[in-house]
Design a protein around this ligand. Structure first.
Ligand code: ZN
Length: 132
């Protein structure tokens, strides 16, 4: 059901500032930027082969990303795994007592379906499931 690592999410104060490293210094391609209003976050995808780095910049102090940065500082926020059937994957995990943040898929960047798994069930890492 899980196919690959889709992207690695990094919480940043400023996408523009961090692109100076990922885009200008490492010559990686900026695949696109998008604002996700219900998460109060702006995202930029940087292509690294067939995996993306997702830079997440809060657009509001109430954003979950703003709270993450306030608590832990900038850094890796989540790892996203691509599944070919997010509903089935969530059902399977739920039936096996894995703690889910989202019991049903919701809309993420690029029109993908996403859902988060709680870090307490994964060894301390927030895991995002996503499906095209
Ligand atoms: Zn993500």
């Amino acid at each position: 059901m899980i196919e690959k690592i889709d992207h690695i999410g990094i919480a940043v104060n400023s996408i523009e500032e961090r692109l100076r490293f990922f885009k200008d210094m490492l010559s990686l391609e900026l695949a696109g930027t998008e604002e996700i209003n219900d998460q109060k976050v702006k995202v930029a995808f940087v292509k690294v082969g067939d995996v993306n780095i997702e830079l997440l910049e809060p657009t509001d102090p109430a954003s979950p990303i703003a709270k993450f940065i306030a608590k832990k500082g900038e850094g890796i926020h989540h790892i996203a795994l691509k599944t070919n059937n997010i509903s089935e994957t969530l059902k399977h995990l739920n039936e096996n007592n894995i703690t889910l943040i989202d019991s049903a898929p919701r809309q993420g960047a690029h029109g993908k379906k996403i859902a988060f798994i709680h870090p307490k069930s994964t060894g301390g890492v927030l895991i995002e499931l996503c499906q095209e």
